[in-house]
Design a protein around this ligand. Structure first.
Ligand code: GCU
Length: 388
């Protein structure tokens, strides 16, 4: 579907109409039919702790911020913020959701272990609890020292703080039950699933970051891998305080077309992970052509902000070629708004970053997030956030 055609068939003819009518319409449609509506923003409060200013031989300072939000009893988000010491003012930051807890990304004994339900496949997991043995187990995934050396900060949180990603997630833990109306026991047909909930968590983190004096609030990038890449794209589409988005290997339900024929299908994802979306999305399992949007429209909601899709050749499950088509079909909105969109007609060669405002990257290898990937994320951010 053409993002520049309204649901009633009329064409968008001005920037004002895009921002005042079509963009809100698409935001509603995605929530209504696919991800579920996020609740209204709830005011946050926070406490800061765990400050240490001598990380990486004195190059960086960390703090740990507990962010409270929502009705009483809603579990807080534990945010780890690390910033470079040599910065002369507020720094651009990568906000990020992680799969395995902050203590796996930064090997420092003072980082708090998550108290939330913990993923079985994560380092040091015992009975779905995080333990000290997992500390530093994902340093190579997160590359915080590299991020610091390149002049950026990072602000990350464990996605399970917001909604534990259990296979049989029935919305009895995490944020959902705290937002139910009296007598409600599960989300309604159009209410938020897990991806919306994680996105809502990101938005609360952004509420905090725009008030943190170490952070440049106009240069907040968001990164997430896979299901957290899907979350990244949705969170950015709904919140333009996020200046740049990197949904890495996000695939179906994120960066790949729902109408795609390669890799994971809508039917398959709704069957394997029913809690990620709302209860309306499965009605499209066998008729994705009836969706009033495809994922190109979700990217278009980010316009004119930079978005990078990055992929791996062996990760055909995420349909890397289909993702390029998604960018192609989002690009007209960028051009309509008077900025550069996708800067090529064909998928770039392996390991060659297409560094246009709608960017694309594919490397050899499999579904993972690596140091090499971070070098690309940083190059993309250098051009689009730092103008270099
Ligand atoms: C599965 C799922 C994908 C998802 C991935 C992940 O492979 O099918 O849609 O992106 O898990 O989040 O790791």
């Amino acid at each position: 579907p053409d993002p520049l055609i309204m649901l009633d068939g009329s064409k968008v003819t001005s920037k004002e109409q895009w921002f005042k009518q079509r963009r809100p319409e698409l935001q509603q449609l995605f929530q209504h039919y696919m991800y579920g509506y996020l609740p209204k923003a709830a005011p946050i409060s926070w406490t800061r702790d765990g400050v240490k200013d001598d990380l990486f031989d004195g190059k960086a300072t960390k703090k740990e911020v507990t962010i409270h939000f929502g009705p009483k009893g809603t579990p807080p988000i534990e945010l780890l913020v690390v910033v470079p010491n040599k910065a002369k003012g507020p720094v651009p930051v990568f906000a990020a959701l992680n799969f395995c807890g902050n203590h796996t990304a930064l090997a420092d004994a003072s980082v708090a272990l998550t108290k939330s339900w913990y993923r079985g496949s994560c380092p040091g997991c015992e009975d779905n609890k995080a333990t000290d043995t997992g500390r530093g187990g994902q340093v190579d995934v997160w590359n915080i020292e590299l991020i610091i050396d390149r002049g950026y900060g990072i602000a990350m949180f464990y996605y399970g703080d917001v909604d534990p990603d259990k296979r049989d997630n029935d919305f009895t833990d995490g944020v959902h039950p705290h937002f139910f109306k009296q007598g409600q026991t599960k989300p309604g047909k159009h209410d938020w699933g897990a991806i919306s909930a994680w996105s809502y968590g990101v938005h609360r983190v952004v509420d905090y970051l725009v008030q943190d004096e170490d952070i440049d609030k106009d240069r907040i990038a968001l990164v997430g891998h896979s299901r957290l890449g899907k979350t990244t794209l949705l969170a950015a589409a709904l919140d333009d305080r996020i200046a740049l988005a990197i949904p890495h290997q996000a695939g179906c339900g994120g960066t790949a077309p729902s109408r795609g024929k390669v890799g994971e299908s809508v039917e398959r994802i709704n069957t394997s992970f029913p809690h990620w979306f709302n209860d309306t999305f499965p009605e499209f399992n066998k008729q994705t052509d009836r969706l009033p949007f495809d994922q190109n429209c979700l990217v278009a909601l980010c316009a004119p902000r930079p978005v990078l899709f990055s992929n791996a050749q062996e990760d055909q499950w995420a349909n890397p070629n289909g993702q390029f088509d998604v960018l192609k079909a989002a690009s007209p909105v960028y051009e309509f708004l008077g900025v550069e969109g996708l800067g090529a007609k064909e998928v770039p060669p392996l390991e060659k970053l297409l560094n246009s405002r709608l960017g694309y990257y594919i490397r050899p290898g499999r579904h993972s997030m690596t140091t090499g990937d971070w070098k690309i994320f940083l190059d993309f951010a250098d051009r689009h956030l730092k103008g270099s």
